[in-house]
Design a binder for this molecule. Structure first.
Ligand SMILES: [Zn+2]
Length: 83
C-alpha cells in the first residue's frame, strides 16, 4: 500500500511537474527585436515599438523586394542571351 506521504521515487513516473522554468517568450519588435514600451504599433500582423521601426522595416522589405527584382532581371537577361 502506498501512503499519500510516501515521497520515494517511483521508476518510470515523472516527478511532480515543475513550473515552467524556461523564460517566457515575450513579444519583441519585428524590426529592432527590442522589448515594447507602453505603446506598440501593429501593421500587417507584425508588432513594432515605434514609428521609426515601422518605417525601417518597410524600407528593409522594399530593398529586399528590389534586390529580388534585380536578380530576376539578371536571370531573364541571361536566359534571353542564351536562347
Ligand atoms: Zn523596434
Amino acid at each position: 500500500m502506498i501512503e499519500s506521504m510516501d515521497v520515494r521515487h517511483v521508476p518510470g513516473a515523472d516527478a511532480f511537474s515543475e513550473p515552467n522554468t524556461a523564460p517566457a517568450r515575450r513579444a519583441r519588435c519585428a524590426h529592432c527585436h527590442g522589448p515594447f514600451g507602453m505603446i506598440r504599433r501593429r501593421r500587417s500582423g507584425r508588432q513594432f515599438c515605434s514609428v521609426a521601426c515601422m518605417d525601417g522595416y518597410d524600407d528593409a522589405l522594399r530593398e529586399t523586394v528590389r534586390a529580388k527584382a534585380r536578380w530576376y532581371d539578371l536571370i531573364d537577361r541571361l536566359r534571353a542571351r542564351n536562347t
